[in-house]
Design a protein around this ligand. Structure first.
Ligand code: IMP
Ligand code: MG
Length: 187
C-alpha cells in the first residue's frame, strides 16, 4: 500500500504511531487523575489546526467527561515583530470559572502557549493547564514551561501528527523530520 511516510521529502521518522500513542495514553492518564472527582468538567481547547489531531486522540483516552472547544491563532515572528499573536477564530464557550486545558501539538518558541495562557486567564478561567504532544525545549525564546507533554523533540523542523509544512504532511501518522533538499518535491 502507498504511504505518505515514503514521500521523498520525509528524511526520517522521529516517533512512530506506537511511540506517539504510548505518550498520548500517558498524558491522558495524568489528566484523568488531575480532573477525576472535580465538580465542574474541564474545557479542553484545541489550538487549530495542528492541535486538533492530538486533542481528539487524547480525549478518547481519558476517562473523565470534558467539554471541547477550539481556538485559531496566528503568530507573527518576522524580523521587526516580537512574536505577536492574533486570534483568528475564538472559543465559543463562556470560560468564566472554568478549568481550561490548552492542547497544542508542539511548543517551539513558547510564545503561542504563553500568550494563550494569559488570554484565557483574562477571560476569567478558574485555572489554565497547558498540554502539548511534542516539546522543542531547546528552541524557547520566552521562558515558558508546559504542564504536560508527550515527547521532547530536537530543534528541527518537524511534520506529521498535526504538524505541517505549508499545510502539507499534517495527516502523516508519524512525527518526521523534513528533508529540505527535497522540499521542491512537495506539491
Ligand atoms: P511557538 O509559538 O513558537 O511555540 O509555536 C508553536 C506553533 O508553531 C505550533 O502550534 C505549531 O503550529 C508551529 N510549529 C512549531 N514548530 C513546528 C515544527 O517543527 N513543525 C511544524 N509546525 C511547528
Ligand atoms: Mg499551531
Amino acid at each position: 500500500m502507498r504511504s505518505l511516510i515514503n514521500h521523498p521529502a520525509i528524511k526520517s521518522v522521529l516517533a512512530t504511531e506506537t511511540d506517539i500513542q504510548a505518550q498520548v495514553q500517558r498524558v491522558a492518564n495524568q489528566l484523568t487523575e488531575k480532573f477525576d472527582g472535580k465538580k465542574k468538567r474541564p474545557v479542553f481547547i484545541a489550538v487549530l489546526k495542528g492541535g486538533v489531531i492530538f486533542a481528539t486522540d487524547l480525549l478518547r483516552k481519558m476517562s473523565v467527561d470534558v467539554d471541547f472547544d477550539f481556538i485559531d491563532v496566528k503568530s507573527y515572528s518576522g524580523d521587526s515583530s516580537t512574536g505577536q499573536v492574533k486570534v483568528v477564530h475564538d472559543v465559543s464557550m463562556d470560560l468564566t470559572d472554568r478549568d481550561v486545558v490548552i492542547v497544542d501539538e508542539i511548543i517551539d518558541s513558547g510564545r503561542t502557549m504563553q500568550w494563550l495562557e494569559n488570554y484565557f486567564e483574562l477571560k476569567g478561567a478558574a485555572s489554565v493547564t497547558t498540554v502539548a504532544l511534542a516539546d522543542k525545549k531547546s528552541a524557547r525564546v520566552v521562558p515558558f514551561e508546559v504542564d504536560y507533554f508527550g515527547l521532547e523533540v530536537p530543534d528541527k523542523f518537524l511534520v506529521g501528527y498535526g504538524m505541517d509544512y505549508n499545510n502539507f504532511f499534517r495527516n502523516l501518522p508519524v512525527i518526521a523530520i523534513v528533508d529540505f533538499d527535497k522540499i521542491d518535491l512537495i506539491k
